[in-house]
Design a binder for this molecule. Structure first.
Ligand SMILES: [Zn+2]
Length: 167
């Protein structure tokens, strides 16, 4: 399985990430693909709008995919996300029994799929996920960097000044 195969899905996730940015959210987008490669769910980070610390793109996309399929088990599905998932989202992917995880940029601060932690391939857990990192990584990471830089330079009202700014 080549990473290139997932570029169209990643472009779609990037579209979701741009929607997030336009809404003042950290630009992270996710899609869930069924075994045929069709998109069954897509979502973006809505943490600010929903006042929900768990409203990360991956959690919302997994929840929506499970709802549409009428099954919480997504073992034949692929989660495609613009940034390496945090521990919460990596945990959610494991609990959903996701078969494959595809991500764009590495998340040096919160990454839990191979950088800081590797929850999705932890041998102590009964379910492990195939990981395909680095799909359109520059574009995915650039979006987050630009967003955070524009915030820091005062382009937007920054209510979280001095606070941890990670996804
Ligand atoms: Zn997350």
């Amino acid at each position: 399985m080549t990473a290139q195969r997932f570029e169209p899905a990643m472009l779609r996730a990037l579209g979701q990430a741009r929607v997030a940015a336009s809404e003042g959210e950290i630009p992270i987008g996710a899609v869930v693909l069924d075994p045929s490669g069709s998109v069954v769910a897509e979502a973006h980070n809505t943490r600010e709008a929903s006042h929900d610390p768990t409203a990360h793109a991956e959690v919302l996309a997994l929840r929506s995919a499970a709802h549409h399929r009428g099954d919480w088990r997504l073992d034949d599905c692929t989660l495609v996300v613009t940034l390496e998932p945090c521990p919460m989202c990596a945990g959610a992917a494991v609990m959903a029994r996701v078969g494959t995880l595809v991500f764009g940029a590495w998340n040096d601060e919160y990454g839990a799929a191979g950088s800081r932690w590797d929850l999705v391939r932890d041998r102590r857990l009964p379910h492990r996920i195939e990981v395909i990192p680095g799909v359109l990584a520059d574009e995915c990471g650039g979006l987050v960097r630009e967003f955070l830089e524009s915030r820091r330079s005062g382009g937007d009202v920054d209510r979280s000044e001095g606070r941890e700014e990670g996804p």
